[in-house]
Design a protein around this ligand. Sequence first.
Ligand code: NAP
Length: 310
Amino acid sequence: MGRIPMAENVLILGTGCAGLTAAIYAARAGLSPLVLEGGQPGGQLTTTSEVENFPGFTHGVDGNELIGSMKGQAERFGARFAWDRIASVDFSGPVKKLVGGEATYEAKAVIIATGASPRLLGIPGEKEYYGGNGVTTCATCDGAFYRDVPVAVVGGGDSACEEALFLTRFASRVLLVHRRETFRASDIMVQRVKSHPKIELVLNVSPVAVLGDAKVHTLRVADRSGAERDLAVKCVFVAIGHVPNSGPFTPALEVDDNGYFVAGPNTVSTRVPGVFVAGDCSDHVYRQAITAAGMGCRAAIEAERWLAGH
Ligand code: NAP
């Protein structure tokens, strides 16, 4: 293949742990990657408070601080950053073409680390009140608006437990609403939640509607028999998992039934040579900051090898 003058060596999509780690490795390999920050610059860690399980921080680290350091590290080695969201791709030729809202990009290698977006409940009232009126997916962003009032957190995973604990700083009471008796969250988080005096567990019910006037005043839930009851809360924090951001890249790339990218045995190669995936857009098993970072590292090394071979 001849030299391609205008194409980027490596285009990296996403600036969460996966994208930024890929950027550090690709930049340090002298590839001068262009990194696109998408809908949520910094990824999910920017919506979390304290990260306690990223190795190297004895007493934990603030999510934004960690992401800021990773970005600075990538910039130090020559990574370039721009903002755009990719709407469609053409991966049929040797040069990959990606169409964004701001520009069209050409790259010899692409690393997709677009992460995952919060899943919503899909119940009446949720969309209507989403944002500033009493339904949100980010306690770190919106928790401080709900001081001395009761709030609900929906979900039974680590995210829901973390959100509930964080919200105890502001809310008068936190109702943790989960559809089962047992939690998906890790034991340490469940123990913290159960022993917190401000948190009340509301188990074996599912939310069926969010009700309010100008703002939310009630979360209606139903048990398995269908019997409904109303919880008086001023905000509903939805923490029921995430949906991978893979839409614009299908059908060019293969995804599974839940929309996660399907990768080869090295976890980052796709069926398109030169296109790699990393982080929560392709990992439905581990979904940790450190595993996303590890995948970003692998993707950059694979991209570097692929470029060297072409
Ligand atoms: P998750 O583990 O997939 O848990 C989602 C929870 O939402 C589950 O309890 C699920 O209930 C519930 N749920 C899903 N759909 C629902 C619906 N329609 N209505 C009601 N409830 C619903 O997601 P996550 O908590 O966001 O965690 C994702 C990953 O990030 C995990 O691997 C987690 O360990 C990691 N994480 C780690 C930390 C930490 O280590 N500090 C913090 C946050 C997240 P069921 O249990 O009944 O399915």
